[in-house]
Design a protein around this ligand. Structure first.
Ligand SMILES: NC(=O)c1ccc[n+]([C@@H]2O[C@H](COP(=O)([O-])OP(=O)(O)OC[C@H]3O[C@@H](n4cnc5c(N)ncnc54)[C@H](O)[C@@H]3O)[C@@H](O)[C@H]2O)c1
Length: 249
């Protein structure tokens, strides 16, 4: 299967670094013209900022709603601050609402388009320290499903990816701490974290005509994190080397 996006116009929010930058690279490699919407020029929390940026570029065939923040707090829901709640919801949830709505407005007259949202494994679980983040990532799946339901009649597909722990500037801290990674990756089938390109490939697949009958759903890109539970990697059957588990010979 070859994905050819020649002649397609794409927008990637949060495309300056991390997963977003990888999506930009993969989209461009497939032939798309890509417009990066990121701070400080474009702020997804500000409707007028996003609308003005959209008005400056050709109508998009592909919109990747990816901009996001994740700010850990103490592992006690009573310690979660309203300030972090407001900021996280503003970027991760309201920002996706603005992005999806403006994308749909631009796509509807052309009766075609594909929107892909960066959700998370945290859309499904309750990872401690991340009350606001988890709520925002669960919330974007509600936007995704409703938009898919309402926009199908216009030939617009809406999907989400759910990445696990991916090596980006957002998660540098984890990858610098082998003592934290070891127990974390113990319960990941592939025994390691992901790279941004591994998420980007999945997102570009969903964005492309290769996924022409896929809408309203999620593609989990987590190395098997959500499917793994007990005894996946242990000191008995494997060794942890720097940032990944290796089976014992
Ligand atoms: N890295 C992971 O392990 C992981 C896992 C699951 C989901 N995600 C999600 O993937 C997305 C990208 O994360 P990442 O790891 O690449 O993070 P990152 O911090 O490396 O990149 C996020 C990008 O979003 C931009 N951004 C932040 N606020 C913005 C705003 N208000 N307007 C426009 N742009 C804004 C930042 O400037 C940055 O370029 C996020 O939605 C994140 O929640 C990341």
């Amino acid at each position: 299967m070859t994905i050819d996006l020649s002649g397609k116009q794409a927008i990637v929010t949060g495309g300056a670094r991390g997963i977003g930058a990888a999506v930009v690279r993969v989209l461009r490699a497939a032939g798309a013209t890509v417009h990066v919407f990121d701070l400080p020029e474009v702020d997804v929390t500000r409707r007028e900022s996003l609308a003005a940026a959209m008005a400056r570029v050709p109508a998009p065939d592909i919109v990747i709603a990816n901009a996001g923040v994740g700010i850990p707090e103490p592992p006690d829901v009573t310690a979660a601050t309203p300030e972090n709640w407001e900021k996280t919801i503003a970027v991760n949830l309201t920002g996706v609402f603005h992005t999806v709505q403006l994308a749909a407005e631009a796509m509807k007259p052309r009766r075609q388009g594909s929107i892909v949202i960066t959700a998370s494994t945290n859309s499904w679980d309750g990872e401690a320290t991340l009350t606001a983040y988890n709520a925002s990532k669960a919330g974007v799946l509600g936007i995704m499903r409703t938009a898919a339901n309402e926009l199908g009649r216009y030939g617009i597909r809406v999907n989400a990816v759910c990445p696990g722990l991916i090596r980006t500037p957002l998660t540098d801290w984890y990858f610098d701490h082998g003592d934290v990674l070891k127990p974390y990756f113990q319960h990941i089938a592939l025994g390691r974290g992901g790279e941004p390109e591994e998420v980007a490939q999945a997102m570009v697949f969903l964005a492309s005509d290769a996924a022409s009958y896929i809408t309203g759903t999620t593609l989990t890109v987590d190395g098997g994190q959500l499917t793994s539970k007990y005894s996946t990697w242990t000191d008995e059957n494997a060794v942890f080397v720097k940032d990944h588990w290796e089976p014992k010979a």
